[in-house]
Every structure is written in structure tokens, then in C-alpha cells.
Design a binder for this molecule. Sequence first.
Ligand code: G6P
Ligand code: MG
Length: 219
Amino acid sequence: MIRGFIFDLDGVLVDTPNLHFAAWRKVARSLGFDLNESQYEELKGLNREASLIQILDWGNTKLSSQEFNDLMVQKNEWYLEMTATMISDDALPGVHEFLKAAKDLKLKIGLGSASQNARKILDQVKMTNYFDVIIDGTQTTKSKPDPQVFELGTKKLNLRPSSIVVFEDSKAGIKAAIDGGFKSVGIGDRKTLNAASMVYKGLYATSPLKVIEQFNFKS
Ligand code: G6P
Ligand code: MG
């Protein structure tokens, strides 16, 4: 029995993955190398620190902890500049409708995002009020693919992982959902997210009822 939905933010509710990536590319270029499309997929879902560790590894670059921290701050400044003008219309297609429909079904609704900017972005796109619980990068100590972010949300919702569907656009996030015992729906490319139980191009392409029916049919 499905009782709750937990949504990732970036790439599921808002179209920000390309902005995170653009800011990380600026970081890489400032260090003398570049990032490619397949690295873009690998970075999705990782928190800020884990992302920079991965990027430095790709660039064979070592930094002092001061330089490391300064670059994380710099990346965030660039990211915040790029998202400063986001408004409600910048939600991905069908998202407001999907969240409203989930509320109408009396499902519990959670956010499970690695981003420390999650609350700010949710406020900007006027989505905060849909959520019964918001877990973001300010409350977690482990990055996806660790399931911690979803587990914290589940505890607060007082539900079991098996009664929750996680919606994710990243490979790391789908792995986190599966490892935590959650049901998983991929949002994006079917090939990239093939570990998920089902994949849709966007929330516009389905509905809460359809998702629930599909899982009931599977079990
Ligand atoms: C999201 C994105 C990642 C990003 C992470 C941390 O989950 O998918 O690309 O690195 O959040 O975001 P932050 O806003 O805290 O830097
Ligand atoms: Mg994401």
C-alpha cells in the first residue's frame, strides 16, 4: 500500500541540473580542465562536497582544505546568480498539477534533496506548502547514493520505506532509493535510469494515481 511520495528537487520538480553543471564547469575550467556530458550524469544527486571531490579526481587536482572550501563557496555563488530569477512558472511541466493531485489522494509528501538551497528554491517556485516534510542538504551527513536523506524523511512521516515512492532524476538517487528499500520512479532517460521500477520523461507524463496503480499491479 503506497502512503507517501518523496521527491528529489533538482531535475524532478525544477530544471536546475544544467545550472548546477554550468557552475561546476566554471569551477573545472578555473582549475584548467573541462567536464563532459557523461560526467554531468555522474554528478547529479551528489551533494556539494562529494561533487567537488569527484571533479578534482577527474581533473587529477589536489587542493588545500582552504582552497576546497573557497571553491564550494564560489560554485554556490555562481549557482545562486543563475537561479536568482526563478519563479513559479519555472517549475518543470506538470509538477504543480502532480503535487496537487497527490495531496488530493491524501498521500504524505516529502522532499529528499541533497541541495542546501532546496528551501530557497522551493519558496521561489511556490511549492513549499505542498510538503509535509522537507529534508535537504543542511540536515544530512551522507550524500546520495546513501539512502540517508530518504530515511530521515520517512522517519518524520512515520512510514515504512516500502510504502513510499521516491521520484528521482539521478542514478545516485535511484540507487539510494533502492538500497533504502523504497519504490523508485525515474524521471528522465530510460537508459540512464534503468534501475528504477519505472521511468517517465517528466511528471507531466503520468499522474499519482497511475503510478500507484502500476506499483499495485507489480506486487
Ligand atoms: C542536488 C543536485 C546536485 C547538487 C546538490 C547539492 O541534488 O542534483 O547536482 O550538487 O543538490 O546542491 P547545493 O545547492 O547544496 O550545492
Ligand atoms: Mg536530482
